[in-house]
Every structure is written in C-alpha cells, then in structure tokens.
Design a protein around this ligand. Structure first.
Ligand code: ZN
Length: 172
C-alpha cells in the first residue's frame, strides 16, 4: 500500500504544480461560479460552457492549498468534454467517496489523536463506489483521513454542480 500512497501523492503534487485547464473562459457566453472555503481560505473559480448536452469546455482559476487546487485540476481533466449526465454521475461518485469516509470518521471521535493505530479508515457499509471509474481521482481518497481537508477537496466539485444547475435552470 505504501507504493499506492506514493503514487497518489505524486498525482496530487503533479496536478498542484502543473494545473490542467487553468484560466477563465469569457463570461458570457461561459457560465462562471465562484467557490470559497473559509475553513482553509481556498478560492476557486469554475467557468464552463455547456453545449449540446455536453460540458464542452471549462477552466479553473483561484488559489488555495494543494488539495483544493489539485482536486480542481483533477476534476477539470476528468469532466471536460463529457456529457452533462456523465459529469453529474461523476460528481456524485466523487462526493460519495468523500462523504462515506466523513461519516465513518464522525463515528469514532478523534481518529488521529487517541493513540490507536489510526492508519486504517474503514467505511461502515459501503455504498457502491467504483474506484476504477474515478481513475486518477482516486488519489484524493487519502484526503478523508484529514476531515478538515475534505471541504478543500470538494470545493471545486460543489462549484461545478452549482454551475450545471444554474445553466440547466437558464435553459428551461
Ligand atoms: Zn484547503
């Protein structure tokens, strides 16, 4: 497992140092959503173009910790060009990966400070999370060992979900 953790760390660092799809699209016509995580001071700006039921383009701007920025970069690489329905499923899969662990951490108090070997985080009852489908995004699952960082990881995803909702509302 050490090798896997090392790989995950490298993926996160790679996306932090060389963020994908960096910048902003002209808005309009692009739709723009800002997200802010006051717990950590992370900011993210997601601008997106939805065309013909697809997330035709998106760009990420903002600044913050390595988790928030690498998560936004990983997200952009995973969803760009995909049909909106597929993007929504990926958002819920990703948030499921985060929230399952969040729930299991709430269950046992202080996993990092009670002296037990807290290396293993075991989810109570697994809803189906298909890690294969997540690809590189699986690298972020290690974040759940640090509950305060979960909001860093989900910041850009929440902004994207909000943006898709707003675009859908405008279109109807
Ligand atoms: Zn952060």
């Amino acid at each position: 497992m050490a090798d896997l953790e090392e790989l995950y760390r490298e993926i996160i660092l790679d996306h932090y140092r060389s963020p994908r799809n960096r910048g902003e699209l002209d808005s309009p016509p692009a739709h723009r959503v800002e997200g802010f995580n006051p717990l950590c001071g992370d900011e993210v700006v997601v601008s997106m173009m939805v065309e013909d039921g697809k997330l035709a383009d998106l760009k990420i701007a903002g600044s913050g910790c390595s988790i928030s920025q690498s998560s936004a970069s990983l997200m952009s690489a995973a969803v760009k060009g995909k049909p909106v329905g597929e993007v929504r499923r990926l958002i819920s899969t990703f948030k499921g990966m985060m929230s399952i662990h969040e729930a299991s951490l709430e269950g046992d108090g202080h996993p990092e400070s009670n002296g037990t070997n807290g290396a293993e985080v075991v989810a109570g009852e697994p809803e189906e999370i298909d890690l294969d489908k997540l690809g590189e995004l699986a690298a972020l699952q290690g974040v759940v060992k640090f509950p305060v960082r979960i909001k860093c990881a989900t910041l850009s995803w929440n902004a994207l979900a909000q943006g898709l909702d707003e675009v859908a509302a405008q279109a109807s």
